[in-house]
Design a protein around this ligand. Structure first.
Ligand code: SF4
Length: 293
């Protein structure tokens, strides 16, 4: 695991170089998203896996607009005025799932603190539209915290996503600085609440390393997530999306991710994906298949 070294490595290490996307499938995904006027977090957040995912015919849809009411230090999503919700968006997302022939779809969103329900109903409508159009598709939602509202969480869960994902993002000490408007304990409470519901989906969370956390803080975060009954976990390297974002404090080597993964597995998570390029929805379909029954 990391040693909390504060020396910033300014050049990307060799293991963090990624090919740009290209090819027929990559172009096809781009064309379908443009035609249906849909946003993906892959593009909006400058995800380093976009080339690989698009080329493999997968994408993570980002609903409720491309501007967020929060301003997290690690995030590249826009912060201009938010748009009114698009009532036709659920239909178009479902159509895109069909056109892209997806078997597993990940739906995420910006945070919409301006909406009375944080967009929970809209999440539900998107899930229902996909189910109606493609009943065999498994659906994963990566949601905001809905300011901890259990009513909003109920609305999302009643639409029956297969996986409920909410990211803890970073260790407790850094949470206030890195995650605007969010709260470490509130996120844990969200995860614990969903895990504790009667007919609950699989509960998943994730966090980044490289923001200045220590080994001890990572271990505590892992324990906190287990205590919140989280079953699936993703751990990836933080990469600075722009000069206005938080600096990278350290690049973890691939073998260090393996060490963190081992610690997490010993704590009893059903599935742990850890590596420099692991993101919440990277290989999400494979992760769900690999998860212990
Ligand atoms: S809540 Fe934070 S991480 Fe999520 S989209 Fe908004 S700014 Fe980005």
């Amino acid at each position: 695991m990391g040693n909390g070294n504060k020396n910033v490595e300014r050049r990307l290490p060799s293991w963090l170089k990624r090919p740009m996307g290209s090819g027929e499938k990559f172009n096809r995904v781009n064309a379908i998203l443009a035609e249906l006027k849909l946003a993906t977090v892959c593009s909006s957040a400058g995800c380093p896996n976009r080339g690989e995912c698009y080329s493999a015919g997968t994408a993570t849809f980002m609903i409720m607009g491309e501007n967020c009411t929060r301003n997290c230090q690690f995030c590249a999503v826009g912060h201009d005025a938010v748009d009114a919700l698009d009532s036709d968006e659920p239909r178009r997302v479902a159509l895109a799932v069909e056109k892209l022939d997806l078997r597993h779809v990940v739906i995420t969103s910006v945070t919409r603190d301006d909406l009375p329900d944080g967009g929970a109903e809209h999440f539900g409508r998107v899930i229902q539209a996909i189910r109606w159009q493609q009943p065999s598709v498994t659906i994963e939602v990566l949601t905001p915290d809905f300011q901890g509202s259990t009513e909003c969480l109920d609305v999302v869960c009643e639409a029956q996503p297969d996986v409920f994902n909410h990211n803890l993002e970073t260790v407790r000490r850094l949470s206030g600085e890195i995650r605007s408007g969010a709260d470490y304990d509130r996120s844990l409470a969200v995860l614990n609440y969903v895990a504790g519901r009667g007919q609950h989906p699989t509960v998943k969370s994730g966090f980044m390393v490289g923001l200045g956390e220590t080994d001890a803080e990572i271990k505590q975060l892992l324990q906190d997530l287990r205590n919140a009954q989280v079953q699936m976990l993703t751990i990836g390297q933080y990469l600075r999306p722009g000069k206005n974002n938080h600096e990278v404090v350290r690049y973890y080597r691939p073998e260090e991710f393996e060490q963190i993964k081992k610690v997490a597995e010993q704590l009893g998570f059903d599935h742990v994906a850890a590596g420099p390029f692991v993101r919440s929805s990277y290989h999400a379909e494979i992760s769900l298949q690999e998860k212990k029954p």
